[in-house]
Design a protein around this ligand. Structure first.
Ligand code: FUL
Length: 473
C-alpha cells in the first residue's frame, strides 16, 4: 500500500523548536539516572522484626529475640528474583521500627543481638554479586527506637548509619528514603538534614541514585502500580516537593496510598513547564507489593485485613506493561517469610507472572524500516535508532509476520521529546498515544497483520530521537 500524502506535522499548533522547547529538552538525565533507567524492573525486600510480629509498622520496642529466621538464605532470594528477570534488589536495612539488619556500631538494636546473629546486608551483598544483581538499600529516616530521634544528634546518627551502609557493602545502585515521618520514642518529630544525607551518599556512592525523598528518582504517587496516562520525566521541582512527598506518603500502619498524587495528573505538559525555572529530570518509579502488605504475613492476616494475599500473576503482568511500558520503572516487593525464605505462595505467583512476561517478549518479528517525510516520501536511512530531521515525521515498518506487542523507546540521553504519536496499520489508525520516554509498550491482544505499519509522531519537542522499535509475536 502506498503511503498517503496526508500526514500532518502541525505539531498540534505547538512550536516544534523555540526557546522554551530548547529549555525543556536541555533537561537531561545524569549518568547515574541513565544507568538506573536501564534496569526497568527490580525488587524490594521488606524484612525485619515485623515479619515475626505480623505488623506493617513496628513500634520500636520489639525485643531483638523475636527476629529468628532459622533457614534464611539470601541465595534463594536472589535465585528466585533473578529468574523473574530482575536487575536488582533493594533491602530494608532498617525500617521505621529502627531494627537494623546490618551490624551497626551506633546502636545495639540490630540483627547481631538476635538469635540469627549475622549481618544480613553483608549476606545479601555477597549473593547479589553471585547472581549479578545490583544492590540497593532502604534506610528509614523515621526511627521509632532511637532515643536521639527528634534532636540534631539524630542527624549525626543517621549520617553515621548511612556512611556504614555506603562504605561496607560494595557498590550500591540506590539509596531509598520513604516519605513517612512520625514521632520518635520521645514523642518528638525529626527535622531531617536531607542535604547532608545526600552529600554523604554522593561522597561514598557517587553512582547510586537517591530515590523518593531524594533528587534522582520520583515516587509515582501511589503504591498500587498505577501510572499516569502521560508520565513525564522533565518536571518542575520546588522546595515544597519533599514536603509534598511526606504529606502524601503512608500515614497509618495498614493504609498504603493508592492514589496518584503528590503531583496530580498532569505534571509535565508544556502548560506545567511554561515559565518555570526549576526544571529537573525526574524519572518515575512505581513501588508495589506482590501481597497487599509490605512485610510477609500468612493468609489469615489478609482475611482479617484485606481479604486476599497475593496479587494475581495477571495483575502483576499488567502492572509491568503499564509501568515499564509507561515511562516508569517497576519496583516489585517480595517479602521473605518467617523462615527467611521466599515462600512457595510467592514463588507460584512469580513463576506465572514471569511466564506471561517471557511469552510476550519471546519472539521478535523482524521488519524493514524506512523514515517518512511530510509529503509522503520515504527516505532511506532505515535502521531503528534514528533522529527525525526537519520534515521527517515517522517510520514505516514492513513486518514479516503478525505481531501482538509493539515496543518503542526514545533515546532519553537527549531528553524526553515525544508528546503524541499515532500508529497506523495499512493506513488505518490502530493506536493513539502520548509520551514515549524510556519505553512504551502497546499491546494488541488479537494481533496485527498488515503490509505496513506507520508510526507517526504528531507532536514533539524538537526532533524526536527514537532509540529502538520492536515487534513481538
Ligand atoms: C512507606 C512505608 O511506610 C511502608 O512501610 C513501606 O516501607 C513503603 C515502601 O514505604 O512509606
Amino acid at each position: 500500500m502506498k503511503i498517503k500524502n496526508a500526514w500532518c506535522t502541525g505539531n498540534n499548533g505547538f512550536p516544534v523548536y523555540d526557546e522554551e522547547v530548547k529549555r525543556y529538552i536541555s533537561v537531561r538525565p545524569s549518568e547515574r539516572q541513565l544507568a538506573f533507567n536501564r534496569m526497568k524492573y527490580y525488587n524490594f525486600i521488606h524484612f525485619g522484626v515485623n515479619t515475626f510480629t505480623d505488623r506493617e509498622w513496628g513500634e520500636g520496642n520489639e525485643d531483638e529475640s523475636v527476629f529468628n529466621p532459622a533457614e534464611l538464605n539470601t541465595n534463594q532470594w536472589c535465585e528466585t528474583l533473578k529468574s523473574t528477570g530482575s536487575k536488582g534488589i533493594i533491602l530494608t536495612a532498617k525500617h521505621h521500627d529502627g531494627f537494623c539488619l546490618f551490624d551497626s556500631k551506633y546502636t545495639d538494636h540490630t540483627v547481631m543481638k538476635s538469635p540469627f546473629g549475622k549481618d544480613i546486608v553483608a549476606l545479601l551483598s555477597k549473593s547479589c554479586k553471585k547472581y549479578s544483581l545490583k544492590l540497593g538499600l532502604y534506610l528509614s529516616p523515621w526511627d521509632r527506637h532511637e532515643k536521639t530521634y527528634g534532636t540534631d544528634e539524630y542527624n549525626d546518627f543517621f549520617v553515621n548509619q548511612l556512611t556504614e551502609l555506603c562504605t561496607s557493602y560494595g557498590d550500591l545502585f540506590c539509596l531509598w528514603f520513604d516519605g513517612a515521618c512520625g514521632e520518635g520514642p520521645n514523642g518528638r518529630k525529626q527535622v531531617y538534614d536531607w542535604e547532608r544525607y545526600y552529600k554523604t551518599i554522593r561522597k561514598y556512592q557517587p553512582d547510586a541514585v537517591i530515590a523518593i525523598t531524594g533528587p534522582d528518582v520520583r515516587w509515582i504517587g501511589n503504591e498500587g502500580g498505577q501510572v499516569r496516562k502521560s508520565e513525564w520525566s522533565v518536571i518542575p521541582w520546588s522546595d515544597k516537593t519533599l514536603d509534598e512527598i511526606a504529606e502524601n506518603s503512608q500515614k497509618e500502619e495498614n493504609n498504603a496510598p493508592n492514589f496518584i498524587d503528590p503531583y496530580a495528573e498532569d505534571i509535565g505538559s508544556r502548560n506545567k513547564l511554561s515559565g518555570k525555572t526549576d526544571l529537573r529530570w525526574s524519572p518515575a518509579e512505581a513501588d508495589v507489593s506482590i501481597t497487599h502488605g509490605w512485610f510477609w504475613h500468612d493468609d489469615d492476616y489478609y482475611k482479617d485485613n484485606k481479604g486476599g494475599s497475593s496479587r494475581t500473576p495477571e495483575e502483576l503482568a499488567q502492572i509491568y506493561f503499564n509501568t515499564v511500558g509507561g515511562n516508569a520503572s517497576m519496583l516489585l516487593n517480595v517479602p521473605p517469610d518467617k523462615r527467611g525464605l521466599i515462600s512457595d505462595r510467592e514463588i507460584k505467583t512469580l513463576t506465572e507472572f514471569t511466564k506471561i512476561i517471557k511469552k510476550t517478549f519471546a519472539e521478535n518479528i523482524p521488519y524493514e524500516l524506512t523514515l517518512l517525510t511530510t509529503d509522503g516520501e520515504e527516505v532511506i536511512p532505515g535502521s531503528a535508532g534514528f533522529m527525525l530531521q526537519n520534515n521527517e515525521i515517522g517510520a514505516k515498518l514492513i513486518p514479516t509476520a503478525k505481531f501482538r506487542t509493539l515496543f518503542i523507546e526514545e533515546d532519553i540521553k537527549y531528553s524526553q521529546r515525544v508528546e503524541e504519536f499515532e500508529i497506523f496499520a495499512d493506513g488505518k489508525s490502530i493506536y493513539k498515544g502520548t509520551v514515549i520516554g524510556s519505553g512504551k509498550i502497546v499491546r494488541f491482544p488479537k494481533g496485527i497483520e498488515a503490509d505496513e505499519i506507520c508510526i507517526i509522531i504528531t507532536q514533539s519537542r524538537g526532533n524526536p530521537v527514537i532509540k529502538s522499535i520492536k515487534l513481538y509475536k
